[in-house]
Design a protein around this ligand. Structure first.
Ligand SMILES: Cc1cc2nc3c(=O)[nH]c(=O)nc-3n(C[C@H](O)[C@H](O)[C@H](O)COP(=O)(O)OP(=O)(O)OC[C@H]3O[C@@H](n4cnc5c(N)ncnc54)[C@H](O)[C@@H]3O)c2cc1C
Length: 446
């Protein structure tokens, strides 16, 4: 504690930090914002010498307390530069704090694009990689699977490069590392020549969507759907890679669909529903009636991601791809039995398996099922009900989204759990990069 006090001037209050959703808050003794990698290294070395804990934070888009600390919080917001673009080999080297939206714009200018993306681009690249952030498409891994090399400041203050050829054991675990192997300062990312996506959005009945799940996933590069539990209403989205030219939705339609309907209209409904939950059934009917069709072609990064203005909290589980229909039927029954009135759709996606020990897609083609509640509405009963079903299917929770698991319940779901833990004990024996969340979900070091 005496050491902690030295992080602040006498009488100086602790800093304050809050995540995007506003459901996590902490008071770090100090928030550091390094301007260079050498500055970052200096901060880590001083923390090591004084025995303080230190956590990196990206853009705060995790719903869990994964980035929280009451000691030293390091924001990489200024380490956000593009270092090098190798167009001949489709590789970009960037500082780890770069926001995905900024990265996409830089890639587009160079005629390149990320292979796949989630549904927003406000995250930092390091944050997205560290929690196993993914998009949809059974032929594509999450973003961590697109990484070719990482550079970290480790607990000794050393700068260590890792890749399949250099420190491969560190590379293996640190791609989805939850921030416990050190602070990532630079990332080498495999990309590809820019491409367009042909997007088709259409309503379909739930039974048909569930019966055709595996075929639809196989037939479309990027397939996902949104379903309101307790109803038969589904909105499907199919994105296929195309050599066709850009053919955007008329600006007015785009504005009405993406901004007015998905954000302003839904936001207003959500706000009213959180104040008066009895309005939910009426709003749900309005939402179902409003599901429409769209057909357009655009640059990939503009199709993958959309603006998100409505604040919500989310839980997402990865399960074996083929179990998705049965799990959704179970959720539907449980929601109806519990008499839950839900407004926010469930999002269902797919991804390729990978070989990253704590990736939620380790060793299996995966289906992803995400449940949400608007900020301000009690989420626990719904999320616990869904989690109990996921437990029966060996579900793996997204590290950045709400769940109630512990190391004891998670260890058996990851075949390479021990490999991760051995590397953690080797690279951070004093648990300098740990916090309460990682102690809960990974256990204490050693
Ligand atoms: C509106 C919204 C939409 C989302 N959509 C998706 C989606 O489509 N797919 C999906 O999979 N997820 C999605 N997420 C979850 C989100 O992608 C992850 O939680 C992601 O980690 C957030 O990135 P961030 O930069 O905000 O990281 P933070 O939340 O700030 O940090 C996350 C973790 O990364 C670590 N970290 C950050 N920077 C570094 C660094 N430099 N070195 C080491 N560790 C570091 C932190 O310590 C922490 O452990 C969504 C979240 C929101 C709020």
């Amino acid at each position: 504690m005496a050491g902690l006090l030295r992080l602040r001037l006498p009488g100086q209050a602790a800093a304050s930090w809050r995540n995007w959703a506003g459901n996590q808050h902490c008071s770090p003794a100090v928030i550091e914002r390094p301007l260079t990698e050498a500055h970052l290294q200096d901060i880590v070395k001083k923390a090591a010498l004084s025995g303080h804990k230190i956590r990196a934070v990206g853009s705060g888009h995790s719903f869990t307390a994964i980035a929280c600390t009451d000691e030293i919080l390091v924001s990489l917001e200024h380490l956000n530069m593009v270092r090098h673009i190798d167009t001949a080999n489709n590789v970009i080297t960037v500082q780890a704090g770069i926001e995905l939206g900024h990265l996409n714009n830089r890639l587009a200018k160079a005629g390149l694009a990320m292979t796949n993306l989630g549904d927003i681009v406000y995250q930092s690249l390091a944050g997205a990689v560290s929690t196993g952030t993914h998009g949809t498409g059974v032929g594509f891994t999450g973003i961590a699977g697109q990484i070719l090399g990482l550079r970290l400041v480790t607990s000794t203050g050393e700068i260590v490069d890792c890749s399949p050829d250099e420190n491969p054991e560190l590379f293996r675990v640190a791609r989805v590392g939850l921030g416990v192997f050190g602070i990532i300062s630079e990332i080498r990312l495999g990309v590809e020549p820019a491409f367009n996506l042909h997007a088709v959005e259409a309503p379909r009945p739930l039974a048909e969507v569930l019966d055709n799940w595996l075929d639809d996933v196989a037939d479309n590069d990027h397939y996902e759907f949104f379903w309101i539990p307790g109803s038969d209403a589904v909105m499907t989205k199919r994105n296929r890679r195309t050599i066709d030219a850009v053919n955007r939705q008329p600006k007015v339609k785009h504005f009405v669909d993406k901004i007015v309907a998905e954000n302003i209209g839904f936001g207003a409904m959500a706000k009213l529903a959180s104040l008066k939950p009895s309005l939910i059934p009426k709003f749900r009917k309005m939402l179902i009636d409003s599901i429409g069709e769209a057909d357009f072609t655009d640059e990939s990064h503009r199709v993958f991601a959309s603006p998100r203005w409505v604040k919500f909290v989310e839980m997402e589980y990865s399960v074996a791809l083929e179990d998705v229909p049965e799990i959704l039927r179970r959720i539907d029954d449980a929601v109806r039995d519990a008499g839950l009135d839900l407004l926010f759709p469930v999002e269902v996606r797919a991804a390729a398996g990978d070989d990253i020990p704590l990736s939620t897609a380790f060793g299996r083609a995966s289906g992803y099922i995400a449940v949400h509640r608007v900020k301000g509405i009690e989420y626990r009963p719904y999320f616990e009900l869904v989690e109990a079903i996921m437990d029966e299917f060996d579900g793996r929770p997204h590290w950045g989204k709400i769940h109630f698991q512990t190391a004891a319940t998670l260890a058996g779901r990851y075949p390479e759990w021990d490999i991760f833990q051995q590397a953690r004990a080797k690279y951070d024996p004093a648990a300098m990069f740990s916090n309460d969340y990682v102690d809960r979900v990974l256990g204490t070091v050693g």
